[in-house]
Design a protein around this ligand. Structure first.
Ligand SMILES: [Cu+2]
Length: 311
């Protein structure tokens, strides 16, 4: 349990304004719970050991009235007021970057919508945010309910089909964190995570400008690109700058530069790409991509090489 408290996915090591608020609330409640626990057990010990003889009915009734009714009502009302007072602070938006995140089965469709009126940038399975700025995440889902949770940055929020929910986050330090789906959504629910990279503004701008470019495969990868299109991958995947324009699966325009593969579950290298293409059903049960086990090894290797080069 203690090992779970550290690292990239911890609400106890906040890296965002909202996570700090959540941590404050948690610590306040934990302290209160400790006091109440000691008081309740103290009373139980007192009743059993110190003074086991019956009390006067009048005293008992008064004790129940104050301890069993007044105390919980006052405590819970105080807690509710405290929680409600935090809400506007958690939802305030700075008017900067907007990112639409859609929960798919079982991956994340991510669309950056910069405030300057530039065209949106489509990506997947990774979230990049500038440090020290309030960012608005617009969440939805085409079919089942997911929940987006980046413990180090803030609280979780459901992604509900037919409705857009809004989560505002403000990262306070740079680094790489981890987000997950926090609502059971099907077979591969536990295989649906994503890295979150908080960068300084200049780094973020450079990154997003690079993502805006279409894919640039060098001449050596032309064969890989041809095989990719021949195998029908383009029916589900987009690679901007080629004929692949599918939207069922993740955009692969810059897949080679992503930190992980398959929504945060595999390292992004050639052997994982090969495994994923050949046997996605074993890696992600229920995934909406067929395994391409029938393709010759050399072709899969060429496609993997091509995808690896799409930076
Ligand atoms: Cu999910």
């Amino acid at each position: 349990m203690l090992a779970g408290c550290g690292g990239v996915q911890s609400a106890l090591q906040p890296a965002g304004q909202e996570a700090e608020t959540v941590l404050r609330l948690f610590l306040g409640m934990l302290a209160g719970a400790c006091v109440i626990w000691v008081a309740v057990f103290g009373t139980a010990v007192y009743a059993m050991r110190v003074s086991p003889q019956p009390h006067r009915e009048q005293t008992a009734k008064r004790f129940i009235f104050w301890g069993g009714i007044v105390f919980p009502v006052v405590t819970l009302a105080g807690l509710l007021t405290f929680g409600i007072a935090l809400m506007p602070e958690l939802r305030a938006h700075g008017g900067g970057l907007r990112v639409a995140v859609s929960g798919e089965q079982w991956w994340w469709r991510v669309t950056y919508e910069p405030s300057g009126g530039e065209a949106p940038v489509v990506s997947a399975n990774e979230l990049r945010l500038p440090v020290g700025e309030r960012v608005e995440l617009m969440l939805d889902s085409p079919d089942v309910i997911h929940s987006l949770w980046i413990p180090a940055l803030g609280g979780k929020l459901d992604m509900i089909p037919g409705r857009t929910t809004r989560l505002v986050l403000e990262p306070t330090r740079t680094g790489t964190f981890r987000g997950v789906c926090a609502e059971f959504c099907g077979e591969s629910h536990a295989l649906m995570a994503f890295p979150v990279v908080v960068m300084d503004r200049a780094g973020f701008d450079a990154w997003i400008e690079a993502r805006r470019e279409p894919a640039r495969a060098d001449a050596a990868d032309a064969a890989g690109e041809r095989l990719f299109l021949q195998a029908g991958c383009g029916g589900c995947h987009s690679v901007r700058g080629t004929e692949a324009r599918g939207v069922i699966g993740p955009d692969l325009t810059h897949v080679g530069s992503r930190l992980s593969l398959g929504a945060g579950i595999l390292p992004n290298d050639r052997s994982s790409l090969i495994r994923f293409i050949r046997n996605v059903e074993a890696i992600k049960p229920g995934a909406l991509m067929p395994s391409f086990a029938m393709l010759p090894d050399a072709e899969v290797a060429a496609i993997a090489r091509y995808l690896e080069g799409l930076e």
